[in-house]
Design a protein around this ligand. Structure first.
Ligand SMILES: C[S@@+](CC[C@H](N)C(=O)[O-])C[C@H]1O[C@@H](n2cnc3c(N)ncnc32)[C@H](O)[C@@H]1O
Length: 210
């Protein structure tokens, strides 16, 4: 589901950018660490491309593919990331079908980033299944999410548009990761039951050379 005007303004505001750069990125780096210089990363729901810029500059990815459902966001991201053109591929499409959006193969990415996007997707389980599918064994899923608890708050209900059914608690989100074989590294940061941040890895299978 696309953001409304209020959420678009808030998500792209200086305070949110500050939080993303100086809080969310620090927490995710603490759990998951930096990537190798040749790492191929994917950002789902890239919005205006600020997260993609952080994935390149702060997480150290070699290249980033980024997808968003909203063509207007892809347009904004392509302006922001013009100076990284040789390392970024942008596509309009859904995180629930990364084959259609990016022709993404199984195991094609070393890391996937979710900066507050899965709660926008009605079939959020399909998005998690896609994350697990496209991660290479040993690859990492960096997530920052908003729970049903937050979405039920009057401020969220009044100001923003989100799917109203089948929203997830922190436990349901983490259970879905486990259902797809993703293992949380260390612990998860939870903020009042409203937000969760963490990193989960796709295990390397015994006998594989990954
Ligand atoms: C809250 S915004 C977060 C944007 C960006 N990650 C950030 O932190 O600034 C959610 C984004 O998810 C996108 N989105 C919603 N449903 C999507 C889907 N099914 N697939 C990909 N992107 C989607 C929206 O267009 C929007 O840009």
């Amino acid at each position: 589901m696309l953001m409304n005007k209020t959420e678009t303004a808030l998500v792209n505001s200086p305070p949110r950018r500050w939080l993303q750069r100086f809080y969310e990125t620090q927490v995710l780096l603490r759990f998951g660490g930096r990537l190798l210089p040749e790492a191929r990363a994917l950002e789902i729901g890239c919005g205006s491309g600020y997260g993609t810029q952080l994935v390149l500059e702060r997480f150290g990815a070699g290249s980033v593919d980024a997808v968003d459902l909203d063509p207007a966001m892809i347009e904004r991201a392509s302006r922001r990331l013009a100076h990284h053109r040789d390392r970024v591929r942008l596509a309009q499409g859904s995180a629930t079908d990364l084959r259609a959006a990016l022709n993404a193969d199984d195991g094609g990415y070393d890391a996937v980033f979710d900066f507050a996007i899965v709660h926008h997707i009605p079939d959020w389980r399909a998005a998690i299944a896609e994350v697990a599918r496209v991660l290479t064994p040993g690859g990492r899923f960096y997530f920052e999410e908003v729970t049903a608890h937050a979405l039920a708050r009057p401020i969220y209900q009044r100001l923003f548009d989100h799917p109203t059914e089948d929203r997830f608690t922190a436990e349901q989100f983490l259970d879905e990761l486990a259902h797809h074989g993703l293992v949380v590294l260390g612990s998860v940061t939870r903020i009042r039951g409203d937000y969760l941040l963490g990193v989960a890895a796709k295990p390397v299978l015994a006998g594989s050379d990954g």
